[in-house]
Design a protein around this ligand. Structure first.
Ligand SMILES: [Zn+2]
Length: 125
């Protein structure tokens, strides 16, 4: 028996899972990258993961299912002020004012650019 890989918004926020389980396909894939196939089989024995399912996990394309976005709960930086003092700052919003002990204020704007990286298979070869 080879179970389908499905997405259900009520299970793991809609991540791909093995049908009838709450096991993420991505978790099995990550385990395949860091453990031997035999160890993965042992780890997932409880859910009766089959060799065919492991093959499908390894080849799963993870096709796009949503727009690319970025979320961040906070960004941490240190302002190395002209005066020689360092001010650690946790940026909770896009804009933040860092106040150095010397009296200088620095407007910080957090910007992150997302750029596709070189194909992973090429970099690993
Ligand atoms: Zn300063």
């Amino acid at each position: 028996m080879t179970r389908a890989f499905v997405r259900n918004p009520k299970i793991l926020d809609g991540r791909w899972t093995v049908d009838g389980t709450s096991i993420a396909v991505a978790q099995i894939r990550a385990d395949l990258e860091r453990m031997s196939r035999a160890d993965v089989m042992r780890c997932y024995r409880f859910m009766e993961l089959t060799e065919a399912e492991i093959d499908r996990v390894a080849a799963f394309p993870f096709e796009p299912i949503r727009d690319l976005t970025l979320t961040s709960t906070f960004t941490s930086v240190t302002v190395n002020c002209l005066c020689g003092e360092d001010t650690p700052v946790v940026i909770m919003e896009t804009k933040h004012v860092a106040q150095c002990i010397c009296g200088r204020d620095w407007n910080l704007t957090a910007t992150v650019l997302i750029v596709p990286a070189t194909d992973r298979d090429e970099t690993r070869a």
